[in-house]
Design a protein around this ligand. Structure first.
Ligand SMILES: NC(=O)c1ccc[n+]([C@@H]2O[C@H](COP(=O)([O-])OP(=O)(O)OC[C@H]3O[C@@H](n4cnc5c(N)ncnc54)[C@H](O)[C@@H]3O)[C@@H](O)[C@H]2O)c1
Length: 318
């Protein structure tokens, strides 16, 4: 399968991530089936959320077409129709909950429906070999890892298993780039892929600094947004290293041995989860959101990111 032959795609799972994936494919002109395992009413609600996100994109001048045209490319379908609808799709990405048995079951249905399309998983932590175990055609399965909020975040990480063919990988990468996302291709598999490992490394030290009472979570956020977070959007880690000078950096390396090396989350995080302080979804996490709805909070966060997306797109390739 070549990228130019892909006209119709499907996203299995219309949750937090799946809605963003569907928007991204529809924006790029693909007829996009969005599968949910809920009832038709709930599925319509998921499509309405995509439409609201598209309207926000329009406000920030991030759409090449009108909302209605893009929205009309998204066809909501129920998972019971996978055997019939999957036949029409040249590319299908699964974005169902992170449960291996569920993913394997979905891939087995997809494999039975059609033999020559590309199948992908948006898994955040599972390996492609574990997902394709027992499949007859593992060569057409790739890992395509998006970031939350998937309709905005421009990067996608592509990974694969030992049986995935070069053609599958090349077509998947070309398709993802066609949707306007940027991609990186892992040269070999590593648990956590690349971006989550980077996030975990920084996050572990941030949690340590809070646990030790050095700074508050608010201070960490002010520090990241005003320093490396600010720079990293436009000047990557290694571009920054070259800017600073390796002779200077090598001296900073002397603090490596002083950094936190915990292999588990700090206890206070477990205590927060035990109390029900899960973040935006429960109304309280490190911050208190109890005076706003989840939708309002997410909308505010989207609005902070969207100008950045415009800038990112304008600097493509730089
Ligand atoms: N949430 C994140 O930040 C994030 C980031 C990157 C990758 N991921 C990965 O994306 C995938 C989805 O995560 P999410 O956060 O969107 O989960 P979610 O729970 O928000 O969404 C999953 C959706 O799949 C639906 N579903 C369940 N079984 C189904 C089936 N058989 N057929 C069709 N739909 C089905 C559920 O109803 C739900 O709407 C996971 O593999 C996760 O690891 C998540």
């Amino acid at each position: 399968m070549k990228a130019e032959n892909i006209k119709t795609v499907a996203v299995i799972g219309a949750g937090t991530m799946g809605q963003g994936l569907a928007q991204s494919f529809a924006q790029a002109g693909y007829t996009t089936y969005m599968f949910g395992n809920v009832d038709k009413e709930k599925l319509a609600g998921h499509v309405a959320q995509v439409e609201a996100n598209l309207k926000l994109f329009r406000e920030y001048d991030l759409l090449k077409e009108d909302v209605k045209t893009i929205r009309s490319r998204i066809i909501p379908v129920l998972s019971k129709d996978i055997p019939e609808v999957a036949k029409k799709c040249e590319f299908i990405i699964e974005s169902a909950p992170e449960v291996l048995d569920l993913k394997k079951q979905i891939f087995s249905q997809l494999e039975a429906a059609r033999e020559d399309n590309i199948l992908a998983s948006n898994t955040g932590s599972l390996t492609i070999p574990s997902i394709v175990e027992g499949m007859r055609t593992p060569e057409r399965v790739a890992g395509v890892h998006y970031f939350n909020p998937a309709h905005i975040m421009p990067l996608v990480e592509i990974h694969y298993g030992p049986k995935t063919t070069q053609e599958t990988i090349a077509t998947t990468q070309a398709l993802i780039e066609q949707t306007g996302k940027k991609s990186i291709l892992l040269k070999k598999f590593i648990p956590g892929f690349v971006v989550n490992r980077l996030q975990a490394a920084l996050g572990r030290e941030a949690l340590y600094l809070v646990k030790e009472g050095v700074v508050s979570p608010e201070d960490i956020d002010t520090a990241t947004k005003g320093s490396y977070g600010f720079r990293w959007s436009n000047i990557g880690v290694f571009e920054g290293y070259d800017m600073i000078g390796l002779d200077v950096l090598i001296r900073v390396g002397s603090i490596f041995k002083l950094l936190d090396n915990s292999t588990d989350n700090p206890k206070f995080m477990y205590d927060m989860v035990e109390k029900g302080d899960l973040g935006i979804k429960s109304g309280k996490g490190f911050y208190d959101y109890s005076n706003k709805s989840k939708a309002e909070v997410l909308d505010e966060l989207n609005k902070r990111l969207l100008p950045q997306l415009g800038l990112f797109n304008s600097r493509r390739g730089k």
